[in-house]
Design a protein around this ligand. Structure first.
Ligand code: KG4
Ligand code: ZN
Length: 344
């Protein structure tokens, strides 16, 4: 049995957690930075890095105290080593390196996306490889076949915006504040999802990929027209996202030998309309549906500690010379979605 301390600092959440390889979450401490970034309507990288530097050490102390442990009691120290805002990633990684050196423990450098990808296995001991994963976050929208630790086939990706980005931009356009995803969901609950005609980018397309940029522009036009209630735009937007995700998933599911489970992870996986659609889709396809609880979908330390535990159990530790990576795809062999220069 191994006990892992995990640190997360790739975006605007600073977090530390202690997780055991038997799936016990001994502690998890998290500090959001919403107040630091709200005035700017989005995450400011330099402000985020500075806040991570202030918050990380106290959060590690809290996580250790809550678990009733000292560093001597942990077997390895894991940290997000990318991808993400590089200043923040460096803060978490360098903290983990210093702790590892001081305590004489191994370092596990975790890919933040693998943290999300493996998080469903932390809450579901029966979830075995391979599984189909919809990874939806502020920076990504990908459909992946998870074959094992460090072994991913990317089946689809967004050709423009990430789905969380679309939620955040919609929130900004509608003046719903920051962070955007939860605000759009709450507002959408009071609206009519058929009230505003919005496009379904790439719906029915003869390719597996996702697209959300056109949706965001249509939201802007609908808002500027002055013809629609904010609640109705939010509800119609969320419905368009649900339908696009569903259509794109059906496209891929029709063309692959589907694994036993459909899994969703990443911050946007906290959205209940998206979860309901996926649960229904999995039912119809005879697949098991697994979704982490919302707190484990958005960035947190427990998912990094768990990915660290999985890697540590597989003998995958890293040297203290591991360099933080701003970009770090899960599937290195995936071709760009459409030519060069696209975000993937
Ligand atoms: O995984 P995450 O915490 O950070 C990244 O790795 O990007 O994802 C954050 C994203 C943000 O875009 C946020 O607006 C979105 O997840 N999000 C949601 C919800 N909660 C968070 N989007 C839709 N509905 C939600 N309830
Ligand atoms: Zn994330």
């Amino acid at each position: 049995m191994a006990t892992i301390l995990g640190l997360e600092s790739s975006c605007d959440e600073t977090a530390a957690a202690i997780v055991r390889s038997d799936r016990t979450i001994l502690s998890h401490a998290l500090a959001g930075q919403e107040d630091h970034h709200r005035a700017f309507g989005g995450v400011v990288p330099e402000i985020a890095a500075r806040a991570h530097a202030e918050l990380m050490t106290p959060l590690v102390e809290t996580a250790l105290a809550d678990a009733g442990m000292t560093l001597d009691d942990v077997d390895a120290i894991a940290a997000t080593a990318g991808p993400g805002l590089i200043g923040g990633v460096m803060v978490g990684l360098v903290t983990a390196k210093a702790l590892a050196m001081a305590a004489g423990k191994p370092l596990v450098a975790v890919n933040h996306l693998e943290g999300h990808a493996l998080s469903p296995r932390l809450i579901d001991a029966d979830l075995e490889f391979p599984y189909l994963l919809l990874l939806v976050s502020g920076g990504h929208c990908q459909l992946l076949r998870v074959n094992g630790i460090g072994d991913y086939d990317r089946l689809a990706t967004t050709i423009d915006d990430a789905v969380g980005e679309a939620f955040d931009k919609t929130a900004k356009i509608l003046g719903l504040g920051f962070p955007g995803g939860p605000a759009v969901e709450v507002t959408a609950a009071r609206g009519d999802l058929n009230a505003v005609p919005l496009p379904r980018p790439l719906k029915g397309a003869a390719e597996p990929h996702f697209s959300f940029a056109g949706l965001k522009s249509a939201v802007l036009r609908a808002h500027e027209s002055g013809r629609y209630r904010t609640e109705d735009i939010a509800a119609s937007f969320q419905q368009a996202v649900v339908e696009c995700l569903q259509d794109r998933l059906e496209y891929s599911l029709d063309r692959i030998d589907p694994p036993a489970a459909l899994v969703v992870a990443g911050g946007v996986a906290a959205n209940s309309a998206i979860r309901a659609m996926l649960s229904d889709l999995a039912d119809r396809r005879g697949m098991r549906f697994v979704a982490p609880p919302p707190w484990l979908c958005t960035d947190n330390g427990a998912m990094i500690a768990w990915a660290g535990a999985e890697r540590f159990a597989a003998g995958l530790t890293d040297g203290l010379d591991f360099v933080a990576r701003p970009r770090w795809p899960l599937d290195h062999e995936a071709a760009p979605a459409r030519g060069a220069g696209v975000k993937a």
